[in-house]
Design a protein around this ligand. Structure first.
Ligand SMILES: NC(=O)c1ccc[n+]([C@@H]2O[C@H](COP(=O)([O-])OP(=O)(O)OC[C@H]3O[C@@H](n4cnc5c(N)ncnc54)[C@H](O)[C@@H]3O)[C@@H](O)[C@H]2O)c1
Length: 385
């Protein structure tokens, strides 16, 4: 993706583009829309494509009655290209001189569960986020791998694209705890894909420690990513969603926080993490009540431990190694003992996988009668009351 999202015109275009996408909504779902700015219409485009003219201040009713279009032209903002597949979008863009060589075509049957949904998963360069993004892409979504580790995010996106077809995944650098960075991410996704259907706030960090060990700097670092980052992400993700749902009446979009079982029950010597996650449930409920008028559902999923993921299994910094070295598990002498200590607490005697979390996300997106909930995925370890 390469547009300058920082110009005034780009910000104005980003504020309008979900309305254009929503105007094209059919029972199939939503198309993709891409902002090209001030480009010249070729004769081929003029003769073969449906072009609609739109005023920047058009009201919701105008968009509801716009009719099908391939290109929307807005004075002062330029051209917006509409396509029902990524290939189609890029083919129309190429009529305007945008470089595009189809490498591998996506097969996108309409029956896939996440067909054509535009999804951002933060912190998806590894761990749960990576697995969630892969599962969503397999079900037909366009996924944005948004992470502060850009090289790793690119690798994840490249792997998804070589499996599922070019243009399925996009890597974008973001720091979820930085407001400008988050605003730029959302605008960029909206300008290049047309809107946002699902925002998964997954990026998270953990610094364990008791009251004596924990310094303010570490506490604030954990809080800024896990708690404040969720607020910042939801603030900017909700903007295009509101507009889209208002025009395509009866449709829903979703914000989902990857919370934790530690957001439902306190965690000894891990209060910086648990406190921020508890706070995340408070934000989830409050955002849900505020955004319900705009058909934005806001829910949290609360996974148990993902033992195979890097957070636990990293041979240097992983929690298995840390907990063994700090004696957190009484009597544990090996990494296996640490694992047994934790698995003994789980009635179903297994950890939580990215597929388990993705299935919970599918449920929350597909259902339309639940918001503000926190769904445990813990093998029975944490039960709601
Ligand atoms: N691993 C578990 O056992 C477990 C259990 C319950 C909940 N969770 C939650 O799942 C989520 C993902 O955890 P994970 O174990 O996959 O973590 P992980 O450490 O494997 O991956 C986290 C990713 O987030 C990225 N990231 C960190 N800070 C960021 C920032 N400021 N901006 C953008 N990206 C950032 C990292 O670069 C990394 O790619 C977290 O919210 C975590 O609290 C994890």
């Amino acid at each position: 993706m390469q547009v300058d999202t920082n110009t005034k015109t780009a910000k104005q275009a980003a504020a309008l583009i979900p309305a254009i996408r929503a105007s094209q909504h059919t029972e199939k779902g939503f198309p993709l829309v891409r902002w090209l700015g001030d480009v010249k219409l070729s004769t081929e485009a003029k003769d073969s494509l449906i072009i609609r003219n739109i005023e920047a201040n058009a009201d919701d009713e105008f968009f509801r009655n716009l009719g099908a279009a391939d290109i929307a032209q807005v004075p002062g903002l330029g051209s917006f290209i509409i396509g029902w597949t990524y290939d189609e979008l890029m083919h129309i863009s190429s009529l305007f001189g945008v470089n595009y060589k189809p490498v591998k075509k996506r097969e996108l049957p309409f029956y896939k569960r996440m067909f054509q949904k535009i999804v951002i998963v933060t912190g998806s360069a590894q761990g749960f986020g990576q697995g969630i993004a892969e599962e969503l892409a397999r079900e037909g979504a366009y996924v944005v791998i948004a992470d502060m580790n850009l090289p790793l995010a690119r690798k994840v996106a490249d792997d998804i694209n070589s499996d599922l077809g070019d243009g399925t995944a996009f890597a974008v650098e973001v720091d979820v705890s930085n407001e400008e960075s988050m605003e730029a991410l959302i605008n960029r996704v909206v300008l290049e894909l047309g809107g946002l259907d699902l925002f998964v706030s997954n990026a998270g960090v953990l610094r364990a420690g008791d009251l004596e060990e924990m310094d303010l700097k570490s506490f604030e670092f954990v809080t800024k990513v896990n708690y404040t980052g969720y607020f910042i992400g939801s603030k900017y993700a909700a903007r295009p969603m509101r507009l889209q749902n208002r025009i395509a009446k009866g449709t829903y979009t979703d914000i989902i926080q990857v919370n934790s079982k530690s957001g439902l029950e306190g965690s000894s010597k891990n209060f910086a993490y648990a406190g921020g996650k508890f706070g995340g449930i408070g934000l989830t409920q409050s955002f849900a009540k505020e955004l319900v008028v705009d058909n934005i559902k806001v829910n949290a999923v609360c996974p148990g431990n993902y033992y195979e993921g890097p957070l636990w299994s990293d041979p240097v910094n992983g929690l298995f190694v840390q907990y063994l070295e700090t004696g957190k598990c009484p009597g544990a002498e090996t990494l296996e003992d640490v694992y047994e200590f934790y698995i003994d607490k789980v009635p179903m005697r297994k950890g939580c996988s990215p597929l388990d979390v993705a299935r919970a996300i599918f449920y929350l997106v597909e259902q339309t009668n639940e918001t503000g909930q926190a769904l445990p995925i813990t093998g029975g370890q944490t039960m709601l009351n």
